[in-house]
Design a binder for this molecule. Structure first.
Ligand code: SF4
Ligand code: FE
Length: 483
């Protein structure tokens, strides 16, 4: 059975021997670590929802490769409908977790590597597509969560990979052997890597001839010897250690990123998807980034749905819900959120088949989608904070709420409308705090800015894809200009 249960997934991660560090110490049991566990729960939801009949059409699909029903997170898109369903699935996942559920990077890497290896083989006579299909089949049959690793630390941004003072600032091949290659370097802010069984590594940018050793793509298990992960700090992360779940805002779910080091890691030949064909590095980056920019038109919208709901509840709970300006702010939040969704759907609907047969989104519209994502969640968060009021950041802790002396005071003076308990009012404010300033703000705010590429990366793509010359011709025709 290709579909795993959430419990089977957790046990699979538990059985791995990953090399993870946090707060300067090795984490021997990441699965049960209170800071890390919410991120694992988010990925687990990609398995749990796939088991529910009501979500079967969205979360699962029959694989044309294995002929079995698989999780959509391991699927190769074969139609524009597949592309749209991907976005809908991500919105659903955002609604159910209010966090980054991490598994999309692998799905986006699958689809980018699928078509790029096909194109590279056609030019170079390499066997990368065959290698990749074997890996993909393994991932589909075992319902794996796979990280997609792209972003290198990059060192001095004015210098090419081969020109860096420290050669490891971009991940590169240090040795070519008969049975494979040895690679060294690092990938920064790796979403969900500690909750993944495998990692697909890709180049971070277009490469020139001198960067031939840096044009490398491959997949290895995350617990391969030589891989070390250092967990990224999140705002308010240690609240999860306090045993006061109310203060976390979202007690069950979260996201996680890690700085991941590849210290002379061996990659066997059949796991190599690019090895020196530098002109395909840029192609791979463009496609992966395009898919992941589409993704944000789903996941951030789902999290936005939760934030809008929380803001509306905050207004209900303090009796401000009838004020016309509050109603208008909620309308504005929905308008912005649905605009993001429209972009995610549009770039999918305008998708097209690649030479390999899978479907690629419309790159211009996907980049417009992500460019909007660098802005609208900030405005939605601003409006949510406006509606929530200052109490969102000045309310006493759950421990005060429960303590003998302070509890009755907090309950009495932080009461809103009489029909709603002070506890529920505080829970909603903490959720808004979590999404705008706390651990989930990584995923909803700063990741909206920089994830899948910073704003300028999309502007470069928009300038390339926007076809300004055609637009000039249109204007000339209308104005009767003949040259
Ligand atoms: Fe998925 Fe969104 Fe997280 Fe990227 S940021 S992995 S698209 S949930
Ligand atoms: Fe992301």
């Amino acid at each position: 059975m290709a579909l795993k249960t959430g419990a089977e997934y957790i046990e699979s991660i538990r059985s791995m021997k990953m090399n993870i560090y946090m707060f300067g110490e090795k984490v021997e049991n990441p699965v049960d670590n209170p800071i890390l566990r919410p991120s694992l729960n988010s990925v687990r939801m990609t398995y749990d929802l796939a088991q529910m009949p009501e979500y079967e059409d969205l979360m699962t699909v029959i694989s044309p490769i294995t002929g079995e029903r698989i999780n959509r997170f391991t699927h190769i898109h074969t139609s524009t409908e597949d592309l749209m369903n991907k976005v809908k699935m991500q919105r659903l996942m955002g609604q159910k977790t209010a966090a980054c559920f991490q598994r999309c990077v692998g799905m986006d890497a699958f689809n980018a590597v699928f078509s790029t290896t096909f194109d590279c083989d056609a030019v170079h006579g390499t066997k990368y597509h065959e290698n990749f299909l074997k890996f993909l089949k393994y991932a589909q049959e075992n319902d794996l969560t796979v990280d997609g690793a792209m972003t290198d630390p990059k060192g001095d941004r004015s210098k090419a990979p081969h020109d860096q003072e420290d050669a490891d600032m971009f991940l590169h091949i240090v040795e070519r052997r008969e049975d494979g290659i040895i690679v060294r370097g690092a990938k920064a802010h790796q979403t969900g890597i500690i909750n993944s069984q495998e990692v697909i590594v890709m180049p971070t940018q277009a490469m020139g001839e001198a960067d031939v050793d840096y044009a490398v793509a491959f997949a290895v298990p995350v617990d391969t010897e030589g891989i070390t992960m250092i967990i990224g700090r999140q705002s308010c992360d240690t609240r999860k250690l306090e045993g006061a779940s109310m203060d976390t805002g979202n007690p069950e779910f979260g996201g996680v990123e890690a700085l991941t080091v590849f210290d002379d890691v061996f990659v066997p030949n059949d796991r190599i998807f690019l090895c020196g064909e530098y002109e395909f590095a840029g192609v791979l980056v463009e496609r992966f980034a395009g898919y992941h920019r589409q993704s944000y038109g789903g996941c951030k919208v789902g999290v936005g749905d939760v934030l809008i709901g929380a803001a509306a509840l905050a207004a209900d709970y303090n009796g401000a819900n009838k004020a016309s300006h509050i109603k208008d702010k909620l309308i504005e939040m929905q308008h912005l959120n649905e605009t993001l969704y429209a972009c995610g759907i549009a770039c999918s609907a305008e998708g097209h088949p690649t030479a390999s047969g899978n479907y690629l989104i419309d790159l211009l519209l996907a980049n417009v989608c992500k460019q909007n994502v660098t802005r609208f969640p900030y405005e939605i968060a601003r409006l949510a904070e406006d509606i929530a009021g200052g109490l969102m950041v000045t309310a006493p802790s759950e421990k005060d709420f429960r303590a003998e002396v302070t509890g009755p005071i907090v309950k009495k003076y932080l009461q809103g409308v009489a029909s709603v308990s002070t506890e529920n009012r505080l829970r909603i404010l903490r959720l808004i705090e979590n999404l705008t300033l706390g651990t989930a703000a990584v995923g909803y705010r700063t990741e909206s800015m920089h994830g899948a590429g910073s704003p300028q990366a999309q502007r470069i793509m928009i300038s390339r894809q926007g076809n300004l010359a055609m637009k000039k011709q249109l204007a000339k025709a209308i104005a009767h200009i003949e040259e």
